[in-house]
Design a protein around this ligand. Structure first.
Ligand code: HEC
Ligand code: HEC
Length: 285
């Protein structure tokens, strides 16, 4: 279904309205409550704090992907996030904290520099994410993962899926994100190109993007079936975006003991991500 330009505009207005973040209710008193609010505001709008902006390398906000600042039930939400950390991360081959996880999204999804895990920016975001889980047990038991069709679809993907995905994109996404995926500054975030997430980001993984799109997009009207979500994800993740070279996202002079990971060298490109899934970019394009 194609979105009417008016509806698209109304949704854009509501998406930008959250940029001037509303005050949260039921905050703890004093400095802690201020930290929670500030963490929330930076997640919604990286411009809310110059210290945060300095760590960001693209045109995205955290809440562009963690919609409603993570306070909903859609893929990418922050409900029951805080209680799951510290936990083992395969990517870093290390036990990481919530603060590490936040810092890693700066390097990858935000294509920027890794802030210190004891920086005010990261601590205040962790305060907000932890506040969302108030009253819940730590290490909350996880619901069993739903059956996930995307790895099998990825395994069997071919050029026909990319072509079909381009069709889904034109019909369901281009009205907001634009024919070239560049979005509209201030309203609709870029899906590929230099101002979007880099090849080391979670959404650069086609199966993860498909899962996320199925639950979140088109904004306010998520209705794609699994096949459409997969095909449009494959189309988006075969477009050009920044490579991820880990060393370029760690601050100069960082001591090895200050980066909590065993994996110290990583390079991801659009091509290598597809190769990992057994696919060839050449054959798909
Ligand atoms: C381009 C989309 C995107 C952006 C922008 C983004 N993230 Fe994420 N983030 C993801 C995805 C996708 C995952 C899940 C990744 C996975 O499954 O490996 C994730 C995971 C996380 C998690 C772990 C959630 C959990 O329950 O374990 C945290 C915390 C997080 N992000 C914080 C942030 C913060 C803070 C920002 C802004 C500085 C940010 N993210 C920006 C896509 C994004
Ligand atoms: C009505 C306008 C609209 C439509 C249609 C739409 N989006 Fe979005 N999309 C948005 C907005 C606005 C955001 C940011 C969400 C927020 O900040 O709450 C977004 C965020 C995203 C993001 C995460 C941020 C980024 O730039 O990477 C992805 C990925 C995405 N959309 C993909 C899609 C896909 C794929 C489709 C088509 C199936 C689609 N969108 C359709 C408005 C739209």
């Amino acid at each position: 279904m194609r979105m009417s330009p008016l509806l698209a505009l109304a949704l854009a207005a509501s998406a930008t309205a959250t940029v001037s973040a509303a005050p949260l209710a039921d905050l703890p008193a004093g400095r802690l409550g201020q930290a929670v609010q500030h963490g929330h505001d930076m997640i919604v709008n990286p411009g809310a704090d110059p210290d945060m902006k300095a760590y960001v390398g693209n045109a995205l906000s955290c809440a562009n992907c963690h919609t409603d600042a993570g306070n909903n039930e859609r893929p990418g939400n922050f409900r029951s996030t805080a209680g799951r950390y510290p936990s083992y991360s395969k990517r870093e081959d290390a036990v990481i904290t919530l603060e590490d996880r936040i810092a890693n999204c700066f390097m990858r999804s935000m294509n920027g520099m890794r802030p210190g895990t004891d920086s005010r920016v990261v601590v205040d975001m962790a305060a907000y994410i932890s506040w969302l889980d108030r009253g819940k047990p730590i290490l909350a038991p996880q619901p069993p993962a739903a059956a996930d069709p995307y790895p099998a679809m990825l395994h069997a993907a071919g050029r026909g899926d990319v072509v079909a995905g381009a069709g889904v994109y034109r019909a369901e996404c281009a009205s907001c994100h634009g024919a070239t995926g560049a979005g509209v500054s201030g309203s609709f975030p870029p899906l590929w190109g230099p101002d979007s997430y880099n090849a080391g980001a979670g959404l650069a993984n086609v199966a993860k993007l498909a899962r996320w799109v199925k639950g979140n997009m088109p904004l306010g009207n998520a209705h794609l079936d699994e096949k459409q979500a997969f095909q449009v994800a494959l189309f988006v993740d075969t477009q050009a975006r920044p490579d991820f070279v880990l060393s370029q996202h760690l601050p100069a002079g960082i001591r090895p003991q200050d980066y909590n990971a065993q994996v110290r060298s990583e390079t991801d490109t659009v091509e290598s991500n597809l190769r990992k899934a057994g696919l060839s970019l050449m054959a798909l394009r």
